[in-house]
Design a protein around this ligand. Sequence first.
Ligand code: ADP
Ligand code: TRP
Length: 370
Amino acid sequence: MAEIITDLKEISNPSAGDDAKKIVVSGIRSTGNLHLGNYYGALSKFLRMQDDFDCRFFIADLHALTTNPDPNQLHASVKNILAEYLAAGLDPDKATLYVQSDVPEIAEMYLLLNMHVGIGELMRTASFKDKARKALGLTGDGEEIEKEIIGNQSSQARVNAGLLTYPTLMAVDILIHKADFVPVGKDQEQHLELTRRFARRFNSFYGVDYFGEPVNFNFGGEAVKVPGLDGSGKMGKSEGNCIYLLDDEKTLRKKVMRAVTDEGPKEPNQKPSQPVENLFTLMELVSEPSTVEHFRNAYADMSIRYGDMKKQLAEDILKVTTPIRERILDIRDNDEYLAKVVKQGAERARAAASETLRDVREIMGIRGIR
Ligand code: ADP
Ligand code: TRP
């Protein structure tokens, strides 16, 4: 299990004159707009960390390429996410904000690190199996996925090598900055585990003590999993059950009012069904504790009306998203500003990345003739 850090001040105490702030790296793929899952799983943590740490947050457009997006949509999505980062409150003067593909050192180090990554371990990664299954149109979750991949002769429904090596690229994103902390949602913990494994392997193969072992960061709590409104366990783009930061008031209210529930409690103090528990989980993220308590009590004594609960939930989500939405609309067409932010970010990110790449080349024996 990854070590979970509980005390912010213990780690980074700038006031105590600790110049060497801990390094934080995280990214979100540019595959559409940000939703509440991204916000509570990742972005809200970025915001809380930017004052105390040396943060480097990026838009993972190379990772987005693994699912072969339409080029115009990919480009639009990079801009959207940048605008959303800024609108949510990330400050380019505090954190380094950049686009992954603006740092070519990452692509080179990805090639180098791949030499120490096993195809088997990549094929066993949960996210790979999931995406490979989707790419091949398989529905069951039998063990035959490896055979299907190797036997597959279709030139359209293929599982591309970028998808397989996704964890290598993610490890490079993190290791190239020698990150200490990587704030991500629960679904990314396996990738982080692989990152640590690759770092250890690199160190031991070359007999160096070069890379550390980055860990997730959850402010002392468990990694968050934001549920869907359709009764499912996870809010996600591919699940089609998202509330977006950019949703207008009408759309958002409609989505919440349509959320799946059940027929209501049948007896006092009963455990809520999954869809209803999902609504409580969302409420715990956006509402005052007293509001949550009110509806929990109403559920326990069977007086709850889901319609009222949903109205309140929509109201409280809007309190979070409306100011962000307004800023997104303000920023997203300001190309000059957006370009300036990522130019400055890329310069800073490249300065760090090129140092690591230089060392890694040296360690691996790519030394040039001199
Ligand atoms: P999606 O699952 O919608 O494609 P991404 O995979 O791009 O989103 O996720 C970007 C970040 O948001 C990651 O840190 C991921 O852990 C987090 N995240 C995404 N969905 C959720 C969710 N439902 N709950 C918590 N965190 C999430
Ligand atoms: N794999 C992450 C996701 O799907 C995105 C990502 C790419 C990332 N590189 C990273 C997250 C490095 C943290 C650090 O959400």
